[in-house]
Structures are given as structure tokens and as C-alpha cells.
Design a protein around this ligand. Structure first.
Ligand code: SF4
Length: 441
């Protein structure tokens, strides 16, 4: 008797790391049920497209990914942020099999079951104990909550994903421990607002290793720091309680790195954006953090050309950047997003002014970044290896998050392995990257 072959699914994952975590969860469930992943749309039984709907440009990218899947396969299930507003997708591609919003894992699985039922006897052992990761094996994203309680005027994520829902600390720690046991060396802690973790649970404790761990930013970071992996905190806001976590950084328990999406510095713009924790004490707070932990690296993103941003607001932002010495910066030109309340704000900034400001901010930041990196020349840094080439390996120091920050390029007398952590002597710096050689294993 011939054995039925496992149904094959081609998966496209678009959008931010948070969407990637959703994709990983869906794939993990599908693998558990005996589905296999296909490399190409052509020949797969189905295609799932996890879309991003954050900006209009991301929506376009999502629509074209759906179009490609329709053309090459024809059986397409759409999920993710853009699925929360299905009209545009339905209009462009009326024949997609199903459209669901973000985190609707069950609905995606139902749609898959309807279109291509699983084999009768799924081999549960197909699934590795840590789940399936789309990120390389040596680092993984750890999502600690969904949704957001803030209402920034330019953002539709709370509309798409709802209010904050935190995972109990023990559940997060169990997942983290499994990842580390499976070889993950670096955990990226993510959520829409990491520092708000647990507010919705009233910080309720859960039992982990026979002790109670509260669902609190500090408590979770402390426990994660005991697992023996690099722990990187992303999407944190400068609330006063973040000060406490700096102590864990100086003790080497979590990486001396904070990704804080400030978005702006000028008080009027921050007010119009309705940003959380936007008090004028931020500069003083950064200064105090750096005094306590001189190795601290700060990464941030900014929006230029927000409605009502005046020339003096922008000048304020540039001066603020100089003073705060933010190490790593991503900058976006403001773009209206369908459904965002900021669309109704007066005084839009013309496109050419946005571009000018964008160029000015990036130029200013390049100088800051170069200055900060130069201070590392001559030091020794631990570097995690991401890619190995014939003569030079590419890695990251504790100051570099994967995919968004700079890199460390290393020569070595012996071949290096991906995921290995080595000690490097830094010999040279440019505007964004470091260069050096391996000084210890
Ligand atoms: S903090 Fe603001 S920008 Fe971030 S997800 Fe929440 S509402 Fe959106």
C-alpha cells in the first residue's frame, strides 16, 4: 500500500519581528499536525501569506506577495496585520481562500484544514521540542505579550491587535529555556511595549522552578538572565521602573542594550503623537543609565515630518540626538496610515521638507554613530558569529541586534562556526560597523 504524502505548505512571512513570531507559531502547529513546508509556491498544496499592514508601503508589499502566490499556486490563505481590514485584499484577490487578522492562529489552522486536511496520523515527533524557528538557530525572538495599551496617534496596532495581553512569566520562561536547550544563544525579548509587561495581569506571579515569579519587567528580565543566553530587550519605553533593569546589565545578566523607540524629542510633537513616557526627564534618565552602565548601547527610531513639526521642533530633535548620543538610529518619514488618528492633524509637512529632514537627521546620526564606535577601537568585545566567509566572518557584539544594527567583521586563524561566541580585538571602526580579529575562543 502506498503511503499518502504529507500536505505541503509554502509560507511567506512579511513584516516585523512580532509578525515573524506569529509565523513561527503557525508553522510549529502545522508541523505538529504533519504538514510539511514547501520551498516554492509551485507544487505546494497551499500558500499562507502572513501580511504586514503597518504602513501603506508594507500593504503594497503584502498585496504583491498575495498576487504572486495566487499566480503561482492559486490556493492562498492570508493572515496577519493586513487581514484585520480585509476589504483591500478581497477587492484585489476575491479568490483567496480565507483572510484572518493577526494572532488568529486557530482560524488560520481551520482554513488550512478545510483546504487541505492533515494526514490522518500526524507524526507528532516531526516537531523539534523548541518549535520551528524561521530565524537562524543561534538567536530567537521571545514574544512576551500581544497588543498595546497606548494610543499613539500615528499607529493602528492597538486597533489591529487590541489591548495588551501579557503571557504569564512561567510560560515565557519555559519557552525561553527550551530555546536555550535547543542551541539558541541569544534571546530577543519583544512585544509592542516591553516595559508595560504584566500590567494587564496585575503582575500576577506564576510558578517557575518551584518559586513564584511575578509578571513584571524586572522579575522576568532577572529570570531570563539566569538561562545562560544573551538577553536583549527591545521596544522598551523610558518609564522610571526601567532604571531597575540597568542593574542587571551592569551585573552582566542581560545585555547592556535598550531599544527605545523615542520617535521624537520635541515636546509639542510628542504630545501630538501621544507617546507614552514622553516626559522631559528622558535626557536625565539616559545620563543616569550611562553613569551606572557605561557600556549601555541605545537604539531608537524616529519619525520626521510628523504633522505640525516645525523647523524649530526639528532643530530641537537634532540637538537632543547630539546630547543623548543614541548609538543606533532608524528614521522614517511620516506617512499617513489608513485608520490612524494623526491623519486628521493640521499642518502636514511637505514631502520635500520631510526628505530634507530625513537626510539631515541621518547625517547627524552618522557622526554620532562613528564617534561612539571609534571609542571601541582597541577594546576587546564578545562577538556572536552570524555568517562565515572564506576569509572574514560577520558577527555582532553585545551592542548590535540582528538585522537592524551594525556588524563586526572578523578575521580568524581558525575557522569559525555560526552561533559561536568569540572574543575579538577591535582594530578599526567606520560609521556603522567594527572590524577586528579573533583574540580568544
Ligand atoms: S506604543 Fe504606540 S506605536 Fe507602539 S504599538 Fe503601542 S500605540 Fe503603536
Amino acid at each position: 500500500m502506498t503511503q499518502a504524502t504529507a500536505p505541503k505548505i509554502s509560507f511567506v512571512s512579511l513584516g516585523c519581528p512580532k509578525a515573524l513570531v506569529d509565523s513561527e507559531r503557525i508553522i510549529t502547529r502545522l508541523r505538529a499536525e504533519g504538514y510539511e513546508l514547501a520551498r516554492k509556491h509551485d507544487g505546494a498544496d497551499l500558500v499562507i501569506v502572513n501580511t504586514c499592514g503597518f504602513l501603506d508601503s508594507a500593504k503594497q508589499e503584502s498585496l504583491s506577495a498575495i498576487g504572486q502566490a495566487m499566480a503561482e499556486n492559486g490556493k492562498v490563505i492570508v493572515t496577519g496585520c493586513m487581514g484585520a481590514e480585509p476589504e483591500q485584499i478581497e477587492q484585489a484577490y476575491p479568490d483567496v481562500l480565507s483572510i484572518t487578522g493577526p494572532q488568529q492562529y486557530e482560524s488560520v489552522l481551520d482554513a488550512v484544514h478545510r483546504a487541505k486536511p492533515p494526514l490522518h496520523d500526524p507524526h507528532l515527533d516531526l516537531i523539534p521540542p523548541q518549535g520551528v524557528k524561521l530565524t537562524p538557530r543561534h538567536y530567537a525572538y521571545l514574544k512576551i505579550s500581544e497588543g498595546c495599551n497606548n494610543r499613539c496617534t500615528f499607529c493602528i496596532i492597538p486597533k489591529l491587535r487590541g489591548d495588551l495581553v501579557s503571557r504569564p512569566a512561567a510560560e515565557v520562561l519555559r519557552e525561553a529555556e527550551k530555546l536555550v536547550a535547543a542551541g539558541v544563544k541569544e534571546l530577543m525579548v519583544i512585544s509592542q511595549d516591553t516595559s508595560a509587561y504584566g500590567v494587564d495581569l496585575k503582575y500576577a506571579a506564576s510558578v517557575w522552578k518551584e518559586r513564584e515569579v511575578r509578571a513584571k519587567f524586572l522579575d522576568l528580565a532577572r529570570e531570563l538572565g539566569e538561562l545562560g543566553a544573551w538577553v536583549r530587550l527591545q521596544y522598551v519605553y523610558p518609564y522610571p521602573h526601567v532604571d531597575e533593569v540597568i542593574g542587571l546589565m551592569t551585573k552582566g545578566k542581560v545585555l547592556p542594550y535598550l531599544d527605545i523607540p523615542f520617535q521624537h524629542a520635541a515636546p509639542e510633537v510628542l504630545k501630538a503623537m501621544r507617546r507614552p513616557a514622553a516626559q522631559d526627564r528622558t535626557l536625565a534618565r539616559i545620563k543616569a543609565w550611562r553613569e551606572q552602565c557605561p557600556d549601555l548601547t541605545l537604539r531608537s527610531t524616529f519619525i520626521v515630518g510628523f504633522p505640525g513639526e516645525t523647523a524649530s521642533d526639528f532643530a530641537y530633535l537634532l540637538d537632543w540626538l547630539d546630547e543623548a548620543e543614541i548609538d543606533r538610529v532608524g528614521c522614517f518619514k511620516y506617512e499617513p496610515v489608513a485608520g490612524a488618528t494623526s491623519n486628521a492633524l493640521a499642518d502636514p509637512v511637505p514631502g520635500e521638507v520631510k526628505l530634507e529632514r530625513w537626510n539631515a537627521l541621518m547625517a547627524r546620526q552618522q557622526k554620532i554613530s562613528a564617534r561612539r564606535l571609534k571609542r571601541k577601537v582597541g577594546t576587546r568585545q564578545q562577538v556572536i558569529i552570524d555568517e562565515v566567509g572564506p576569509t572574514v566572518a560577520k558577527g555582532r557584539s553585545k551592542a548590535d541586534a540582528p538585522e537592524i544594527d551594525g556588524a563586526v567583521y572578523l578575521s580568524s586563524r581558525r575557522p569559525l562556526k555560526v552561533g559561536e561566541i568569540v572574543t575579538a580585538k577591535i582594530e578599526r571602526a567606520d560609521a556603522y560597523d567594527l572590524h577586528g580579529s579573533v583574540a580568544g575562543f
